[in-house]
Ligand binder design. Sequence first.
Ligand code: ASP
Length: 446
Amino acid sequence: MTNADMTDDANANDEHKPKAAGGGNHTLYMIASIILAFVVAWLAPHFAASLEVGGEVFLRLLTMVVVPLVMASVMSGILGLGDVRKLGKPGAAAVGYYLMTTVLAVTIGVIVVNVFQPGVGVNAEQMLAASDTESVDALADSEEHPKGIRDIFKNLLLMLFTDNLLGSMVDTQLLPLIVFSIVFAGMLTTMGERAKLLSTLVTGINDALLSFVMLLMKFAPIGIFCLVTSKFGEAFAQGTFVEQLNQLFWYVMTVLTGLGIHALVVLPFILWFFTRRNPYEFIRQMSDAILTAFSTASSSATLPVTMECAEKKAGVSKRSTEFVLPLGATINMDGTALYEAAAAIFIAQIHSATHPEFAFGLTEQIVIAVTATLAAIGAAGIPEAGLVTMLIVLNAVGLPIHYLPLILPVDWFLDRFRTATNAFGDSVGSAVVDQTFPKDDAVAAA
Ligand code: ASP
């Protein structure tokens, strides 16, 4: 009996598994809870801010399963393939997809910010005087940000490996865990009968964790309500959010337009082109994941939901979701890449107005595009991680980081939209890469 058979045996129990949480109604509840959350935050901001603990509980429960789920699902994916070498073609397709969509996203970011020119005419001095510069100084001090492209590549390469597996689990560094899981499960596939027990255990853990996620999703409307109300409540309670949004209106519009074009036009087209699926039906199927990403602002915390939706609702194969989604949640961040390019050029537009000596031409825009791509790959799937890796982009073209406080007040808000785009980009990737996996009979015959 091969490992593939063993995994198929484990999967044969599928009919005993709970079905995906709710149907269309569940999504409607989630949308309704987000709308209600805005209204409550607007009308009673102080009460709304006090719901933080409810949101935190939901977030912790989701985050709790991320590390075991990533390891169990990647291993179970390899065991399902029966041979790690079968990952060659899908692996190349996944990396190709991640790169292609990230570059497209960055290009859209560069184009919209050049068309809208949101930085032209902004009174930076006045806004900076009123902004919170301390947190940016702390950000700059706390990060050992790389100086040049070579440094960035070196860091990206090192991010794949760890000298302490448990340490990476504790810090939720998913990349080294994925590398370890691929190697470990690859070894199991070579061990025949001796690996049977471990393989059954891994697939069992994976199924149990996914069932837990389904259960958790039943409470998602409440969790999401608390997360969104408390965050918006906090912003409204401070009383400056609407004003800040007004001041940065064109900047916010630029980023949202770019994300909208990428998520609603480019990604749907790619999905349709490679899979002939109806993209808007696919968005509906993935809506729980998109709404969870919006509410948590964390791709990592959303990963369990993305996996559940892609497999149970959109019908993407288990072997694709198990491999493409964990990796995608860590390195494929279209929304973040688009945002970083647009934000850096926005800052450059402001800086050039007062510093005519600052040369900002095509070369600088290309450097921003390349570093934004790398910075997004390196960004962690946690709230506002993109703001931290922005330092790399600003450094690369010699822009001073003291402009960051300008965009800080609306960053948490835009973060929600870019995280939703990130999670959706990953799920489209899982459907596209699904096409390149060997067909079932080929796997079973192995
Ligand atoms: N919050 C984003 C994510 O988790 C990362 C970022 O753009 O800040 O995907």
